[in-house]
Structures are given as C-alpha cells and as structure tokens.
Ligand binder design. Structure first.
Ligand code: ZN
Length: 445
C-alpha cells in the first residue's frame, strides 16, 4: 500500500483551509457546504432527514442557520463579532435583538477564566436559548456601566439534518465502517481532523481493489449517527467493525481507544499498526462515553469500533476552545495519522481465512514449485533473513516456514492474524506465502 504523499498532503492542506472557517452545527447550511466541498474529493451520497422525524428515542429538531451575530457597545463598536470567530455564539442560539445592561449581558456570556485567551465552545441543541462566548481577557475589558445592543441573526425552522455516506465495494460483502462527525464549527482537531482523515482514507481505499467493503459515514455526532443507524439498520448487519475518527491530528501523542471487546479483530489490527508506526502511543480502555462508539456499541448493534487519536478529546487543554485551531493541526499530522489508519486497514485486508484443498497431512511442496528458489539452503545465508517476497514467483526460506504454519493453521476457521500470533511470524509474511499456496491450488478462500 503506497501513498502519493505530496498529493494527499496538498489535499489535507486545502481542506483544512477551506473547511475550517465554516460554521457547522447539528443541522444547517454549514454542514451542506462542508459536504459539498468534500464531494470534490470523494463521491459522497447526501440525504436529508426532516425536522420532526423520529429516530429511535430521539426527534430531529428544527434546522438552525445563522447569518450574523454581534454585541455592540454604545459607541457602535462590535465588542463581540461572530464574523471574527463563529465560536462567539452559543451554537443553536435562537434569534434575538435586544438592548441590555452589562449585568444582563454578563449572565449570557461564557468564558474560561483559567484559559483567559481561549473562547469556549458551547451548544444548546435541545433547549431553546441564546448566548455568547468570549475570551476572559476580552470579557474583562467590557465597560460595566455601558448598555449593549445584542443581535443574533439566526433562524430555527422546519428543515432537515444532512447525512452523507459512501460505500466502496470489495470482494466480500462484509463491511468495515469509517465514521466521523462534521457538526463542530471552527475547531481543527475536534473534529475537522477526523473529517479530513476519514475523507482521505476513503479516497485511498476506493482507489484500491479491496477484500472488504468499506462504508464511510460523515454525519453530525450523536443524533446524526442515531439517525443514520435508524435509516440503515439492515445494511449494518454486514458491518463487522470499524472506526470512529475523532481528534486525530493534534500536535501530541497518538492513542487508541479500544472497542468494547478490547481484543476484537479491529483492536488487534489497530494495535499492530500503531506498534509499526514506531511512535509512542497511549492505550485507552473502552468506556461508554466519548463519541459515536456509544451508538455503534449499543446492544442493538454491538459493532466494535476503535478510534486512533492524536491528542484525544478531553486530554488536551485546547479541547473545545478557539485554541484548537490551525496552529494545533497541520497537514503533516493528518498524514501521520492517515498512515497508521492505512496500515491498520492493510492488516485487515491481509487477514484472510483459508481452507486447504486437501486437509490430510502436509502437501508435497517441491512438485508445486513451492520450494525456496532464492538464495541457498534453508535457514542459511541471505534468504533466511528475507521476511517476505511480494513477487509470487519468488519463494524464500521464510516462505517455507510460513508454508508449514499455513498447512498447520488453515482450517477454514483460523485467520492469518491468529496464525501470526501463534507463529510469531509477521502477518505480511504469512499473507504473501498464502497467496503463493493459493495460486498453486493448495489453499482456498
Ligand atoms: Zn467535541
């Protein structure tokens, strides 16, 4: 699996710059604009689910859109301006137009005194309300004796929530899920990074011939996933596992949030990819909070999903503030995480399950041309150190070791990862050796 790194880095850079400024939310035009830009890169299907629609225990709310919002002092200066940063408005604020005192304004302003330069991110999706967010530093500059003009030019009306997905068909109808959420306004790690990693990963996979089928869902967090699952319940019967991509490209440490099983195929393949990266990484156990794994893991679905993070949510101080910006997330970080994801899925792709064409005793390998033809004697010389040969015409001494394990292990139930664990041989060695045996008619998928 090879990546055209400069092409993908350029795409990451362009998407970061184009998508960062957009005011996204649970619903609204910002989300449509975001999906439409992503459609320049991958062929997403878009669907709309109307306000008032019931999805399991939830109801799709009214659609929220916003054009402008500000607080003006009596000299006419905008002391808070939505156009400068969309985090200034509590997301889903109802429309408002008022003249109010400092004391009234103060009760509607959220700040973070412990991080005086940061604007916090706040939402009020399910309770009609309004408010502003600002840095504590700027808040302290407000004149306590002034009166203020407060305008939120937003609308809450019947409309819809935007969902998007794409499916790349592989040989198998078994599906691997790539899920990410696109409802956060201008914050880079949470979760523009997830949206971009997911998009580039899917683009990459869809350019390959794959064994598994891959399903990508880019939808709002929580309610978007609940709606998506509700609308695609039957299709999810084919989903054997996957990932929820969130906070994936900060400047800090890589991490793995385990699935609820902890040792599922998804966990094993992801761990192997993280180990291969050579980077330090943090192992986070499963807890039923966090992101959309909450829905996928619920008893009705029980789909093991793993997240590979880089500065995991809750764990970095800039989380859910204006400091989670384009200084914090770079195209280089996106590519770094993308490569771990690629290795993870490469592990899944190589993890085939074979059965033998004849199950009794060993095969006579020599008459099939499956005896080392590279280097000298077995376990001697250079060829013994060759891990694997991708060229199916080349048989190495390492292959011979792999053939023994494959003849022993391939019983139609044991997959290559299991054989790799038992043999301590690299998955890739077993995979290419198995392809050689398959071509000789000795192994069947
Ligand atoms: Zn978040």
């Amino acid at each position: 699996m090879k990546l055209n790194e400069s092409e993908y880095k350029k795409l990451a850079q362009d998407l970061l710059l184009d998508l960062f400024p957009i005011c996204r939310s649970l619903t609204g035009e910002g989300n449509r604009k975001t999906i439409s830009r992503l459609r320049d890169v991958i062929p997403l299907n878009v669907s709309e689910i109307s306000s008032g629609t019931k999805v399991y225990d939830w109801t799709i709310p009214e659609e929220w859109n916003i054009r402008d919002a500000f607080v003006k002092n009596s000299s006419g200066e905008r002391v808070i301006d939505f156009n400068k940063n969309n985090l200034h408005v509590v997301n889903y604020s109802e429309p408002i137009r008022l003249k109010i005192s400092y004391a009234e304004l103060k009760s509607k302003i959220h700040t973070l005194p412990q991080m005086p330069k940061a604007i916090p991110y706040r939402t009020s999706y399910f309770k009609r309300s309004w408010g502003f967010c600002m840095s504590h530093e700027e808040f302290l500059k407000l004149d306590v004796n002034d009166t203020y003009e407060v305008v939120i030019d937003s609308s809450l009306a019947n409309g819809s929530m935007t969902l998007s997905d794409a499916v790349h068909r592989g040989v198998s109808s078994k599906e691997i899920l790539i899920s990410t959420y696109c409802c956060h306004p201008s914050m880079a790690n949470d979760n523009l990074s997830g949206v971009i990693v997911a998009t580039l990963l899917f683009k990459y996979l869809s350019e390959q011939k794959t064994n598994y089928t891959y399903r990508l869902a880019i939808v709002p967090e929580t309610l978007g996933v609940i709606a998506y699952l509700n609308q695609n319940e039957e299709a999810f019967e084919n989903v054997i596992g996957g990932t929820v991509i969130s906070t994936a490209a900060g400047r800090g440490t890589l991490g793995l949030k385990q699935s609820f099983l902890g040792n599922s195929l998804m966990d094993i393949a992801a761990r192997a990819a993280l180990n291969k990266s050579g980077e330090k990484w943090i192992d986070y156990r499963f807890v039923p909070d966090g992101s959309d794994e909450r829905q996928y893991s619920s008893p009705g679905f029980r789909i093991p999903t793993v997240s590979i993070t880089k500065d995991k949510y809750y764990e970095y101080p800039e989380y859910h503030t204006s400091l989670d910006n384009l200084d914090f997330v770079t195209p280089e970080n996106i590519i770094k995480t993308l490569k771990v994801y690629m290795d993870w899925f490469y592990n899944l792709e190589m993890n085939l399950t074979f059965t033998r064409s004849e199950t009794h005793c060993e095969f006579q390998l020599g008459k099939r041309g499956l005896y080392p033809n590279l280097g000298g004697a077995i376990n001697q010389g250079a060829s013994a150190s060759v891990e694997f040969a991708t060229d199916l015409d080349v048989v190495t001494a390492k292959d011979l070791e792999a053939f023994s394990w494959l003849m022993f292990g391939c019983d139609g139930r044991t997959d290559l990862i299991e054989i790799s664990n038992k043999s301590k041989m690299a998955l890739e060695s077993l995979y290419f050796a198995a392809l050689k045996m398959e071509r000789a008619g000795l192994l069947l998928r």
